[in-house]
Design a protein around this ligand. Sequence first.
Ligand SMILES: [Zn+2]
Length: 321
Amino acid sequence: MKNNKKFKIYPIIAPSALSLKSINFYLVKRDESLTLVDAGMNDDVCWNALQQTLKENGFTVGDITGILLTHHHGDHIGLVNRITELHPIPVYAHSKSVPRLKREPDFLNMRIEFYKQLYLEMGCGKLGDKQVAYLFNAVDNNKDQKLNCDIIAITGKQWLNFDVIEFPGHAPDQIAFLDRKEKRLFSGDLLIEHISSNALIEPDENGNRMLTLVDHIDSLKRCLALQVNLLLPGHGNIMKQPGPLIEKRLNSIERKSQKILSLIESGISTGNELAKELYKQKYISEFPLVMSEIIGHLDYLEYQGKVKKQLIEYVVYYQTK
Ligand SMILES: [Zn+2]
C-alpha cells in the first residue's frame, strides 16, 4: 500500500543540566493517531515540557494513542508510567527492551554476574567490585523505574506507519523510526550533535558479551547510507543532513582505536591499565563508561584480528599480533 499521508512532528525539548543539553521526545500526528516517540525522564521538567507541547497544539494527554520507545534507557522511558496510569495506551518497544523495562529479576541478576566476570577479566580490582556492589543495590534502589504497563514487542520492519530500523550499539535494543516519505529519522541516541554517543557494553539475553562497538559502527554506517534529510535525536539539536557528522564520528572511533592499539604495542596489556592510561581522572569518576569504551575498542581490535589475548589467573592480557 502506498503511503502518501504526512506525519506532523511536534518536538518536545526539555532542558537538561547534564552534558546531554536536552532531553528530546516527539509527538507525531498522522490521521487519527498521535504517537509519542520516547517519553523523557521521570521528572517534572519533562512532564511540563510534554504538557506545554500538547497544549500549544491543542492536544491533551488523552489524545495520545500510543508510545514508541527507541531503547530502554531511563531518559527515554521516564514518563511512561505517569502517562499510562492516567490514560492506558499501548507501549511498543524492541523485544530486547522487555526484560530491561520490566526489570525482570533473573535478567538483572544475570547482568550483575556478567559485569562481575567482566571486571575481573579486565583486572579492575576495587573499582570493579564497587561498581558491582552499586549494580546489586540498584536492583532495589531503582525498583520504581520498572514499567508497570504491558509492553508490546515490535515485530517486523514496519510499525504504526514507520519503517523500523535496528541500530544496536549504544543499547542492544536501540531502534529508529523512519518516516520514509520525508526521510526523517527518530534515531534515539545513535548520533548526538554535541557529544559522541557511547557504545555501552551489555550482555545479551544469554549473558554473553555483545560486540557493541562493532555494532555501533555498523549502525552508523547503515544510518549514513539512508541519507536522511532530518535526524531527530534523543538529545541536543535536531540535525539536517547528518552525513558529515556521522563520518566525523566514524573517523574519531578509528583514531581512538589506533591510539589504544599503540598503547598495547607499548606494553600496556589489561583493560584496566589501558583505561587508567587513556582516561586518567575520568577512569575513577566515570568508571563504568570508561571501561565500556575501552572494552568496546578491545573487542573491535580483536574482531579485526589486530590483537590477541591470553588468560592468566582470571585476567585477560592483550598483545598486538
Ligand atoms: Zn541512551
